[in-house]
Design a binder for this molecule. Structure first.
Ligand code: PLP
Length: 419
């Protein structure tokens, strides 16, 4: 079903025709730089969703068992693609639920405070949902977030340093139960050396969960080799699976047969005996053992056709094209727009993915004005208070020329700017 392209001449935008590009105010394609927030719709999605509506209409309950698209194992249409994308074995990944739900399910099993080892370490400025999730898990265990939630601060350069996490774990590791770390920080676009972080956690005997919301489909990942304990991600950002798409979850193979506590549901029960409907819970081996409910087929129908595109393009090829495109954009901003925009994302290519976070130097008012003018001219980017514009050129559907047009437009539209 999926072919690995081995050619290395993939150019940014080579898969553009596979996507539906929303029109701008003039009816032409907009300049879409928001794939870090909601990826565009693959052409193949509508047919795949409609096909399931038709199968439901024509087959009723028999659709559970009928043919290669049978609903019973429907979630597995995503498995091979996900495993390839995140560097995992098939039984280590599953498509299920949404990101925050999966984060909670994982913490139920992998945040097991005991004795002095009870802290959770996250980055300061974490995505609010992640912070709510860890704070409520601490409370659920009768712990105190003021004492047991550690938020590591960025340095004066505004960035988080792997070394600071290493130092913290060296000093206080025996008091830490879980590190929850982003693959790519959503606000700054900073990418982390996840292998290095995994090693530091292992040295300290600390569980590591990765939030890959902004990393999956953006960077090549090697979750099995790096050895993180679990990972979660959503599928509506770089994975282009639509609003509220079915998310993903990774559980390292070393936990495949864990008997640690979990919140269980019938779909996590061993499929061989699931339909005997007995009272005892026998989990599926691996990530599928954390499933709760039978899968949402209509939503999954928009996930796997999008993942097929990644398997066809190859994440390494996409990354090469992304490095070239985001590098080009960063270079032009620094060369030509340095008096207007400050790049907050690291300049070293290995410390970022697609996204650049741009601070408008003249402040909130001018920043907002620039953002709204760009919107009026068909540029779709994303605004973060107080003065940040995030842009993410996505190598599946964005082209270098999109970045060049963005630069030209900012030159024309910046408040008080010289064209
Ligand atoms: C996008 C994002 C979320 C969103 O959570 P949902 O459960 O999918 O609504 C959570 N955390 C991070 C870091 C994100 O980037």
């Amino acid at each position: 079903m999926s072919i690995h392209r081995t050619d290395t001449d993939y150019q940014a935008g080579d898969f553009r025709e596979r996507f539906r590009i929303p029109p701008g105010p003039d009816g032409e394609d907009c300049l879409y730089f928001c794939g870090n927030s909601l990826g565009l719709q693959p052409q193949a999605s509508a047919d795949a969703v409609t096909a399931e509506l038709e199968r439901w209409a024509g087959l009723g309950v028999a659709g559970h068992f009928d043919g290669p698209l049978a609903w019973m194992p429907y979630h597995r249409l995503a498995t091979d693609h996900l495993a390839r994308l995140v560097g995992a074995k098939r039984h280590e990944v599953v498509a299920m639920n949404s990101l925050t739900v999966n984060l909670h399910l994982m913490m139920v099993s992998f945040f097991r405070p005991s004795g002095a080892r009870r802290r959770i370490v996250i980055e300061r400025g974490a995505f609010p949902s992640d912070r709510h999730a860890v704070a409520s898990q601490l409370e659920f265990h009768g712990l105190d977030q003021d004492r047991d939630l550690v938020e590591l601060a960025p340095r004066r350069d505004g960035l988080l340093h792997e070394e600071d996490l290493e130092d913290y774990l060296e000093r206080f590791g025996d008091q830490v139960a879980l590190v929850l770390w982003p693959g790519v920080q959503y606000a700054t676009g900073q990418a982390f050396d996840m292998e290095r972080i995994a090693r530091a956690c292992q040295r300290a005997g600390v569980m590591l969960g990765l939030d890959l919301a902004h990393a999956v489909g953006n960077l090549p990942l090697e979750l099995n080799a790096w050895g993180c304990d679990f990972a979660v991600w959503c599928s509506y950002k770089y994975l282009n699976a639509g609003p509220g798409a079915v998310a993903g979850c990774f559980v390292h193979e070393r936990h495949a047969k864990d008997t640690r506590p979990r919140f269980a549901g019938w779909w996590g029960h061993d499929e061989k005996t699931r339909f005997r409907m007995g009272p005892d819970f026998e989990p599926m081996r691996g990530a599928e053992g954390w499933q709760l409910s039978n899968p949402p087929v209509l939503a999954l129908a928009a996930l796997w056709p999008s993942l097929e595109i990644f398997s066809e393009a190859g994440i390494q090829n996409l990354r090469q094209a992304s490095l070239a495109m985001t590098g080009h954009l960063a270079q032009r901003i620094n060369d030509e727009l340095a008096d207007t925009l400050q790049i907050l994302t690291p300049m070293e290519p290995h410390r970022r993915g697609c996204q650049l976070s741009l601070r408008v130097r003249s402040g909130r008012h001018d920043g907002r004005l620039l953002f709204e003018r760009l919107e009026g001219h068909g540029v779709i980017a994303d605004w973060r208070e107080p003065d940040i514009i995030r842009v993410a050129p996505v190598p599946l559907y964005n082209r270098i020329e999109d970045c060049d047009r963005l630069i030209d437009m900012i030159k024309q539209l910046r408040p008080g700017g010289r064209a």
